[in-house]
Design a binder for this molecule. Sequence first.
Ligand SMILES: [Zn+2]
Length: 82
Amino acid sequence: MNWEIYQVTQHRIGEGQAPAFRSGEAVPLSGLWRPRHDGCTNPAELWIHKNELFPLCEQCGAAATFTLLAAVQHISEDPDFQ
Ligand SMILES: [Zn+2]
């Protein structure tokens, strides 16, 4: 996947403002997501593509929650890019 062709369409969302999703749920927006899992510290932010499933916690393999940090949109999906 070549992320260079993606463009950031939203500014970063403040902590606590975005809804949280759980491992195994469908990803609603392509973008940069922050995993959060009690007991695991400093999880790496992940680029996850829309319609994929949120992964399990990278550190321990259990279900984690994810909050959106920055959404991106594929240029070909952008109706303004015509
Ligand atoms: Zn964990």
